[in-house]
Design a binder for this molecule. Structure first.
Ligand code: NAX
Length: 327
C-alpha cells in the first residue's frame, strides 16, 4: 500500500475549505489508491469551527483518510506536507482600499512561505487559491526561495472549467468533449479566455459555434464575470466549483494530462509568448511525471495579443503594489 500523502489546506474552516477537504479525503485530488493525512490551518477566531470540520471528517469515516491535523499553528500545519493548497487569506471588505487588502495578504503569504520553506516535505507542490491568487503565489515564491519555482502555482482551472462549461452549453455537447480552452493571465476580470485552439470531437470550436461576435464578446465576458454572477445568485462566492477545480489542478499536475490535451495553470513565467518573465501568469500547460510544461508554438492573433498584454500589465501593477506593501 502507498504511504499516506500529507495535504495542507489553509483557510480550512472557510467555504471552499468545507467543500474541498471531503473531496481530498475521498481521493478526488490524488487518486483512489492514495491514502491522505489532512493538515488544516485556520486562524484563532475560526478554531472552533475548524474543530467542527475535523469532527465531521471523523464522522464521515473516509477509508483513505489516515489522519487529521487541525491547528492554528502555522509550523504544525506545514510540517511534512507534500501538497499545500493555500485557500486562507484576507478578504476584501466593503470600503477597503486595494492597498490595504494587499498589505494584509502580502504579510500572510510572506510568513506562510517561510513556514513552508522550513517545514514542508522536500519537493512540496503548492497551489494558491486565495485572491489575489497570482500575486499571493508570487509573494510565496519570493519568500520561499528554496522551494523550486516550478512547484509554486495558482488556480485558474476554475476559469478554464467555466470556459469549457460555456462552450458545452452553447453547443449542447458533453463538457468532457470540449478540449484545449486556454485562460491567459490573471485570475481576475482581465483574464483572457481563449478558444482559438479549442476543439469538440477534434473540430475547432470557432467553426462549430460559427459566431465570432459571441466568442469575442459575450463568451469572454461571461467567463470573466462568472465569479460575480455566482456571488449575485448565491450571496456567497464560488465554493464547490473552486474546490473541484483545485482538485483537477493538483490531480492533472501529479497524474498527468491526457495525450493531446492541455489545461490552464498559473505558473512562473519564463517569457513564453512574450509574457514578461517573473510574473505568475496563467498559461496552457501539459503535465507529465509531476511536472508542468507550457505549451509552445500556438498562434496568437492580434486580438489575442492585446488581451494577453492587458492582463500582463495588470499583473505587473499588482506585483509593484505587493512590493510596495512589504514592510
Ligand atoms: P472564506 O472567507 O469562507 O474562508 C477563508 C478562510 O481563511 C476563513 O476561514 C479565514 O478564517 C481563513 N484565514 C484568514 N486568514 C488566514 C490565515 N492567515 N491563515 C489561515 N487561514 C486564514 O473564503 P472562501 O470563500 O473559502 O474563499 C477563500 C479564498 O479563495 C478567497 O481569497 C477567495 O477570493 C478565493 N477564491 C479564489 C478562486 C480562484 O479561482 N482562484 C475562486 C473562488 C474564490 O473566490
Amino acid at each position: 500500500a502507498k504511504e499516506p500523502a500529507r495535504v495542507l489546506v489553509t483557510g480550512a474552516a472557510g467555504q471552499i475549505g468545507y467543500a474541498l477537504v471531503p473531496m481530498i479525503a475521498r481521493g478526488v485530488m490524488l487518486g483512489l489508491d492514495q491514502p491522505v493525512i489532512l493538515h488544516m490551518l485556520d486562524i484563532p477566531p475560526a478554531a472552533e469551527a475548524l474543530n467542527g470540520v475535523k469532527m465531521e471528517l471523523v464522522d464521515a469515516a473516509f477509508p483513505l483518510l489516515k489522519g487529521v491535523v487541525a491547528t492554528t499553528d502555522v509550523v504544525e500545519a506545514c510540517t511534512g506536507v507534500n501538497y499545500a493548497v493555500m485557500v486562507g487569506g484576507f478578504p476584501r471588505k466593503e470600503g477597503m482600499e486595494r492597498k490595504d487588502v494587499m498589505t494584509k495578504n502580502v504579510s500572510i503569504y510572506k510568513s506562510q512561505a517561510s513556514a513552508l520553506e522550513k517545514h514542508a516535505a522536500a519537493n512540496c507542490k503548492v497551489l494558491v487559491v486565495a485572491n489575489p491568487a497570482n500575486t499571493n503565489a508570487l509573494i510565496l515564491k519570493e519568500f520561499a526561495p528554496s522551494i523550486p519555482e516550478k512547484n509554486i502555482t495558482c488556480l485558474t482551472r476554475l476559469d478554464h472549467n467555466r470556459a469549457l462549461g460555456q462552450i458545452s452549453e452553447r453547443l449542447n455537447v458533453q463538457v468532457s468533449d470540449v478540449k484545449n480552452a486556454i485562460i491567459w493571465g490573471n485570475h481576475s476580470s482581465t483574464q483572457y479566455p481563449d478558444v482559438n485552439h479549442a476543439t469538440v470531437g477534434g473540430k475547432p470550436v470557432r467553426e462549430l459555434v460559427a459566431d465570432d461576435e459571441w466568442l469575442n464578446g459575450e463568451f469572454i465576458k461571461t467567463v470573466q464575470q462568472r465569479g460575480a454572477a455566482i456571488i449575485k445568485a448565491r450571496k456567497l462566492s464560488s465554493a464547490l466549483s473552486a474546490a473541484s477545480s483545485a482538485c483537477d489542478h493538483i490531480r492533472d499536475w501529479v497524474l498527468g494530462t491526457p495525450e493531446g490535451t492541455w489545461v490552464s495553470m498559473g505558473v512562473y513565467s519564463d517569457g513564453s509568448y512574450n509574457v514578461p518573465a517573473g510574473l505568475i501568469y496563467s498559461f496552457p500547460v501539459t503535465c507529465a511525471n509531476g511536472e508542468w510544461k507550457i505549451v509552445q508554438g500556438l498562434s496568437i492573433d492580434e486580438f489575442s495579443r492585446k488581451k494577453l498584454d492587458l492582463t500582463a500589465e495588470e499583473l505587473s501593477e499588482e506585483k509593484a503594489l505587493a512590493y510596495s506593501c512589504l514592510s
